[in-house]
Design a protein around this ligand. Structure first.
Ligand SMILES: [Zn+2]
Ligand SMILES: [Zn+2]
Ligand SMILES: [Zn+2]
Length: 305
């Protein structure tokens, strides 16, 4: 079968199951591997009505936020941000990282987003945001065959300023122990990939083919394809929502694509040398050491990798 080539950096397995959400989750160990820009675009384009509803709500949130910002009303601003993010992920559940479980952690995740926004209230203007605004206003557009395009050089300059601005925001989040939960739920690497993916979604239609290609390549958003043997699969029932799920043989964890529950399938791995059944250590890695014979072996067999 032909698949988009994503390899799990945690266990080494390829992505084998069909997916619709932009976040790519390993079918074997449940780790978040990557972000698929094209899948994100599909969600966005799926229904114009649904997306317009979102844009309309977003405008309301922005109007209110601007008002509270002007009044320096932190409480109301915080609540507005909280409501916005909560709305966003309910409206687009596909955009919620599967690493965010339901319940308490979801609330903490949304709360962190609102906290960060409030923190940014006081330093909303900086050299980098000025640079970004300037680069954005300097975008040059042109028409070709009834279509609007953006000049590629001006676009790349805007991208650079955008990423520098994001980097500044990341330091506020990921260097602050108060937002420790973000490292667990949405590591910096994925946050960056998600931002890039969103940018690509917005701007690819305004780039000529060759330039769109160059952009996707430059920012590592391009996907390769590979042929692999179809893995054997078996069915499980999600412990939480009772949906039927197909998992590839040898999988250890299955994150339910309906409810994000982590179904633990296996807590042990058999040594390839002596057959001893080893308990998986808490933060297990691809290769563990057998406690019976001391050889190192791979937890997920490289059969598909
Ligand atoms: Zn994995
Ligand atoms: Zn479920
Ligand atoms: Zn052994």
């Amino acid at each position: 079968m032909r698949i988009k080539k994503f390899t799990c950096y945690h266990c080494g397995a390829p992505k084998v199951n069909h997916y619709e959400n932009p976040y790519i989750v390993c079918d074997y160990c449940g780790f978040m591997i990557d972000v698929d820009y094209a899948a994100g675009l599909q969600v966005w384009n799926h229904s114009a009505e649904h997306t317009n509803k979102y844009l309309e709500m977003k405008r309301n949130f922005e109007t209110n936020s601007a008002k509270y910002l002007k009044q320096k009303n932190k409480e109301a601003y915080w609540q507005e941000q909280y409501n916005y993010w909560d709305f966003y992920y309910i409206h687009y559940p596909e955009y919620l990282p599967p690493s965010v479980p339901k319940g308490e952690k979801y609330k903490l995740f949304i709360k962190a987003a609102a906290d960060m926004a409030v923190e940014a209230m006081s330093n909303s203007s900086s050299q980098r945001s000025d640079n970004y605004n300037k680069a954005y206003q300097s975008l040059v557009y042109y028409q070709k065959g009834n279509k609007n395009f953006v000049n590629y050089i001006s676009f790349l300059l805007m991208m650079q300023a955008y990423l520098e601005l994001q980097e500044q925001g990341f330091r506020i989040v990921y260097d602050n122990p108060a937002y420790k939960i973000m490292n667990e739920l949405l590591p910096e690497k994925f946050q960056l990939k998600m931002k890039l993916s969103q940018i690509a979604q917005t701007w690819i239609p305004y780039l000529e083919d060759k330039e769109a290609d160059d952009f996707l390549e430059k920012y590592d958003l391009k996907q390769e394809y590979a042929d692999i043997e179809e893995p054997q699969r078996y069915q499980i029932i999600c412990e939480d929502c009772k949906s039927e799920l197909l998992v590839p043989k040898g999988a250890l964890v299955c994150i339910c694509r309906h409810c994000r529950h982590q179904n633990i399938l296996k807590k042990t791995a058999n040594c390839l040398n002596c057959g001893f059944e080893n308990e998986l250590p808490q933060n297990w890695n691809n290769i563990i050491t057998c406690s019976a014979c001391n050889t190192q072996f791979r937890v997920v067999l490289p059969l598909f990798g």
